[in-house]
Design a protein around this ligand. Structure first.
Ligand code: PEP
Length: 248
């Protein structure tokens, strides 16, 4: 089954009104391929700005985080209803910076994912192992554990995109090799076949994330289980467009 190529841009806590406006204006002037789904995730303060400035029909907007409860007395949090109200249709969950720095648990991430899906958002669910875990040979076990927390409480995966992001590759300039990434993506898909069923596993897009840039994106082109990218640093630069066009 053909899965639509997907490129996400995670701006993290970077940018100002001015620099984010420039990024969107640059995207607006590009001839982007119609067949590529693009989602940019600015800091939540700037979601409204990006929604208003974006003129590209294939570019959608996402949040970087969401809470697991409705709007209410949760100081500092962002609820799914507000994200939708601002015009964004997506959210990231489980980014490794939230797993490792903010210490979000698999269960909390699963609850956020479920809440977001139940309330109309699509979700880019991030998973991936640390360097120590990779060295210990438990990459798949870690990814499986992170995925299982979600599949335990979410049965419909039609609005979930999985982003496999080895923690050691994020922001380090040290991307996984296309062969290594393909191998892990294949194992992740095989695991999903067992937990959410063959049809859903085959339809679910699995993105690679970790030091993807305008030059190396094309090297992943022929890998059958790599359905796109989640991009951090390079999504703030003009080379993001090369990544979007890397499958042409
Ligand atoms: C990310 O933050 O999701 C990411 C992949 O970052 P980078 O592309 O900078 O490694």
């Amino acid at each position: 089954m053909a899965r639509q190529f997907f490129v996400g841009g995670n701006f993290k806590a970077n940018g100002t009104k001015s620099s984010i406006t420039q990024i969107v204006e640059n995207l607006n002037t590009q001839d982007l391929p119609k067949e590529v789904e693009v989602v940019v995730c600015p800091p939540s303060l700037y979601i409204d700005l990006v929604v208003k400035e974006n003129k590209q029909p294939t570019v959608q907007v996402g949040a970087q985080n969401v809470f697991n409860k409705p709007c209410g007395a949760f100081t500092g949090e962002l609820c799914a209803e507000q994200i939708l109200d601002a015009g964004a249709k997506w959210t990231l969950t489980g980014h490794s910076e939230r797993r490792t720095i903010i210490k979000e648990s698999d269960e909390f991430i699963a609850e956020k994912t479920k809440y977001a899906l139940d309330h109309g958002l699509s979700v880019i669910l991030c998973i991936g192992e640390t360097l120590e875990e990779r060295k210990s040979g438990i990459t798949l076990q870690v990814c499986a554990r992170q995925l299982d927390a979600v599949s335990k409480i979410v049965s419909d995966w039609s609005k979930v995109v999985v982003a496999y992001e080895p923690v050691w590759a994020i922001g380090t300039g040290l991307a996984a090799t296309p062969d290594d990434a393909q191998e892990t993506h294949k194992e992740i898909r095989e695991h999903l076949v067992k937990t959410i069923g063959k049809d859903q596993a085959e339809a679910t897009r699995i993105l690679y994330g970790g030091s993807v840039n305008g030059k190396n994106a094309v090297e992943f082109k022929d890998k059958p289980d790599i359905d796109g990218f989640l991009v951090g640093g390079a999504s703030l630069k003009p080379e993001f467009v090369n990544i979007i066009k890397s499958r042409l």
